[in-house]
Each structure stands twice: as C-alpha cells, then as structure tokens.
Design a protein around this ligand. Sequence first.
Ligand SMILES: [Zn+2]
Length: 104
Amino acid sequence: MYEKPNFSIKIMTDSDVPAIAARWEAQYKDKNSGEWKYGRKPLSSSTLDAVEIEIGNSSWTTITCDACGSYVRKAVQFSDYDTVQSICANCASIIGALGKAINK
Ligand SMILES: [Zn+2]
C-alpha cells in the first residue's frame, strides 16, 4: 500500500558520533566472541571530522545523495515505511525549481 512520504531535513553533527560508534561496533565486533573483526577497533573519536580521519574515509560520517552521489552532511530526506531517500541541497534546489516550473 502506498504511503505518503515523510519529508525532513537531516544534518549530521558531532552528536551523531555515538550512534555511528554503535553501528561500527554492531558491524565489526563479533557478538559471540567479543572479538573485533578485520583488525577493527572501537571508535575513540568524538567529532565527525575525527571519526573520518580515524576510519580513513567519509562513508560513516556523511549522507550519500541518492540523485547525484555526493557525500554531504546536510540533506533532504523522504521516507516511506521501509526506505529513506536522501537528496543534497544542490539537487533539492534543482528539484524545487522543476517543481515550480511544472506548477506554472
Ligand atoms: Zn545531489
């Protein structure tokens, strides 16, 4: 059944770091043995920038725009019951302009 999407703004901030660390642990720490997999260790950083340096890339600290593929820290998101789509500010501006155009 189609559900009306929920639109919101997501801004990644340093307050997201504990959740990132929890997801990191869920992915890389074996729940049964308590051992870390693939040589990974618990994240020790407290800011997004520091986490990015610690991990070595921005995949855990950014949102990927589903339209252009850019990695951003601010995005418009819309979701239905099981998916979330993210759109960067640049793409959202283009979509907004197109929306105005088709409403003329
Ligand atoms: Zn984009």
